[in-house]
Design a protein around this ligand. Structure first.
Ligand SMILES: [Zn+2]
Length: 78
């Protein structure tokens, strides 16, 4: 797995929506690659920052279904 692949899925990695094998693969890459490791830390902090400031809004059920379907399709492609 190269840097490009890792950067493409870093959001899903932080989100915990990848399977275990992918998670391990990416964790290993982040440990070995300072550049991607740094990006991951920045993304993580950004997510925490946004979460703290946003008020949760209930998404319409149809949207949730469509979103989880797209995410699942995406993680199969990886
Ligand atoms: Zn890398």
């Amino acid at each position: 797995m190269g840097c490009e692949d890792v950067r493409r899925v870093i959001y899903f990695f932080l989100d915990g929506s990848l399977n275990d094998a992918k998670l391990r693969e990416i964790s290993r890459h982040l440990d070995d690659c300072p550049d991607c490791g740094m990006r991951a830390r920045i993304q993580k902090r950004l997510r925490q920052f946004i979460r703290r400031r946003l008020t949760p809004v209930a998404a319409p059920e149809r949207f949730k279904v469509r979103l989880s379907r797209s995410l699942r399709a995406l993680s199969y492609e990886l």
